[in-house]
Write a protein that binds this ligand. Sequence first.
Ligand SMILES: [Zn+2]
Ligand SMILES: [Zn+2]
Length: 267
Amino acid sequence: MIVDYHMHLRNGNEEIAHDTWSVDPFVEAAHAAGVDEIGFTEHIYYFKQTRSLWTVPYMTDLCVYDIEPYVEAVVVARGRGLPVKLGLEVDYAPGREDETREILAPYPWDYLLGSVHYIGELAVDGEPRLVDAVGVEEAWRLYFEELAAAARSDLFDSLSHPDLVKIFGARAASFDYGPVVDAIADSGVAVEVSTAGLRKPVRELYPHPEFLAACRARDVPVTLASDAHSPDVVGRDFDRALELLRAAGYETVTVFERRRGRQEPLG
Ligand SMILES: [Zn+2]
Ligand SMILES: [Zn+2]
């Protein structure tokens, strides 16, 4: 089984296209790439129903779409028997866990991804850059502290691009993944192996082999992800992701259905 559990529903121009006919090109691309099942995971901050959770201008500016057409688009495709799952890429809002849970409760999610894109007002993968504001060592410490809190929040089924903080290529001199992997393992959340990092300045898969090995040692389940914003990126570089997973000792991948995970043989 090969899944691609991280992508954003867009039209051919990478514009928001929350309609069921925009699902088909992603399904066709998945089939061509040898991916058995895909999951859509739009950014939570696009949806006005979640407006009260955000303070960062980048997020509040984008927070204008209705969530219902998005959910409907994927649910209709799912109902047509297409191999698609309904997900969401959820920014972890510390201290707002109950509100996040309540806002998302009405919808039939197959899984929720947990992401850390911001520490306060500082961006992990955008501007203003966290790494420039506080330095590399502190950026890494803050990022992984927040990721551990996201894991412990019990809000998420899988964590997106788990070491996103390395995106620009700067890394802490030495880093102990032990505490964050403990938080992940204790909470039962999965982590995604994402090929998106290969297309960023770091030119590396997320997460680092040492991080993934620590996850394997603690029996943390995994998913696969391209983070596609257009159909042609679905399943991109998955041979590299599979190589990394196998090198770490993984033989299964997580398949989610209505927020329950099960293990299927990888490949
Ligand atoms: Zn993301
Ligand atoms: Zn994404």
